[in-house]
Design a binder for this molecule. Structure first.
Ligand code: UDX
Length: 435
């Protein structure tokens, strides 16, 4: 199959590279000349484990190419994927679809055959109808069909999520378009590793939002149970295991922490609420989740202050981990931002370290100094806070940390260390959901 991917952001680049690895011919198109020039030199615009190697292999094999020339990319394609950004629109929280519609118009102007147009970007219900309208207006003779094919990639695990997904969702009622999509995903269905679920287009669009909202609810639920654990003398990790072993609940996404962040959950829950508002069907559980998660991030700053005895003035706090989760340099809606702001508002000085995120974090964090490693962040600090569970924080020399600190206080917002191990090293520890 000949595939064109419009947009070489996170989703477009990972999807394009993986499709080419399946054996398809893929052209990735982006307007950003510097990005395309960098990709020609195998420099990735994002940090994602394994991506540079995957791109290099498939470029060398002649299956993957990059261009700024949309017309060239669109000319012979069997399928054209739209994988451009859909950020929250400033002011009202609706998904900003201007990039999607601009891509649709450009595709329409350059279509020469009845390609299948696939929206991979996360788009509100009904967006496929609008894309179809644009195509019908600008390229009525093309016979192009519009399909929804949402992605479920986690940053840091995007390649394995793409190649070994739990399912693939394809939304279209058109038989020919379904056949093209079935062919594109044949490598996944061949070894029966992933069911390809064919649905209506609006249903596919909603599946994406419902999945992300459900996961956000699940995380927020266990976070509230964690707060209760702290008050009643229970342990949230054991509660999570105890409920998660029930297959109806499932073990994943029950890790209590500082609240969810990232490029998807915050944006997609808000966009879903807007869709629900417009449809006059309030989603109260999702509304509560968004509100609880927002207040939680800042509350984590107060938790650190409490661990320091209730006063942050004149104190120094070392922060380990800034990105919203490990194995990414993404700072979007990262809990660290609110935790640090709350600490600074209370008069603390913050020194932070992150393995990959410092460059992205620097412009977002005022008056924070950056350390070269975890030990430098701990040096002379009155508290050390683990905000993101990078692997390199799992094997710290805790005795060395304790000796370096002015006051040996660890706040482990990801529960990565057992209490007895930390205490043996001479540190006081506050975790999440433990009394
Ligand atoms: C998410 C979805 O998982 C993915 O399917 C979708 O396509 C995009 O959004 P991502 O945002 O990359 O992926 O990260 P994810 O691993 O889902 O984590 C999101 C946030 O939830 C992070 O801040 C993470 O720390 C938090 N989280 C996750 C928890 O606090 N506890 C958990 O148990 C799981």
């Amino acid at each position: 199959m000949r595939i064109t991917m419009i947009g070489t952001g996170y989703v477009g680049l990972v999807s394009g590279a993986c499709f080419s690895d399946f054996g398809h011919d893929v052209v990735c198109v982006d307007k950003d000349e510097r990005k395309i020039a960098a990709l020609h030199d195998n420099i990735m615009p994002i940090y994602e484990p394994g991506l540079a190697e995957l791109v290099a292999t498939n470029v060398r094999a002649g299956r993957l190419a990059f261009t700024t020339n949309l017309a060239e990319g669109v000319k012979d394609a069997d399928a054209i994927f739209i994988a451009v950004g859909t950020p929250s629109r400033r002011g009202d929280g609706h998904a900003d679809l201007s990039y999607v519609f601009a891509a649709a118009r450009e595709i329409a102007e350059n279509l020469t055959r009845p390609s299948v147009i696939v929206t991979k970007s996360t788009v509100p219900v009904g967006t496929g109808d609008e894309v179809e309208r644009i195509l019908a207006e600008l390229a009525p003779q093309s016979g192009a069909k519009v399909v929804s094919n949402p992605e479920f990639l986690r940053e840091g695990a995007a390649i394995s999520d793409f190649k070994r997904p739990d399912r693939v969702v394809v939304g279209s009622d058109d038989e020919a378009a379904r056949a093209v999509m079935a062919e594109i995903y044949r490598p996944l269905s061949l070894n029966q590793s992933a069911p390809v679920l064919f649905t209506g287009r609006r249903t596919a669009e909603l599946i994406k939002y419902a999945a992300n909202a459900f996961l956000a609810v699940k995380i927020t639920f266990i976070n509230e149970i964690a707060d209760l654990c702290e008050q009643v003398g229970a342990d949230v990790q054991e509660v999570a295991r105890g409920i998660g072993l029930d297959n109806r609940i499932g073990r994943k996404f029950l890790n209590a922490g500082p609240g969810y962040g990232g490029s998807c959950f915050p944006k997609d829950t808000l966009a879903l609420l807007k869709t629900a508002d417009d449809a006059e069907v309030p989603l109260r559980i999702v509304e509560a989740t968004v509100a609880v998660n927002d207040t939680r991030k800042r509350a984590m700053g107060r938790k650190v202050i409490k661990a320091m005895g209730g006063d942050a003035r004149g104190k120094t706090v070392g922060v380990l981990g800034l990105t919203f989760k490990p194995d990414t340099d993404d700072m979007r809606d990262a809990p660290s931002l609110s935790v640090i702001q709350a600490l600074q508002d209370a008069g603390a000085t913050v020194r932070a370290y992150d393995p990959e995120g410092i460059e992205q974090a620097r412009p977002m964090l005022k008056d924070v100094t950056f350390a070269t490693d975890a030990y430098a962040a701990a040096d002379g600090a009155d508290a050390l806070v683990i905000v993101t569970e990078w692997d390199e924080f799992r094997a710290l020399d805790l005795k060395r940390i304790a000796a370096a600190m002015a006051s040996p206080t660890l706040v482990d917002l990801r529960n990565i260390y057992p209490r007895d191990e930390v205490e043996r090293a001479g540190l006081r520890v506050t975790g999440i959901g433990k009394s």
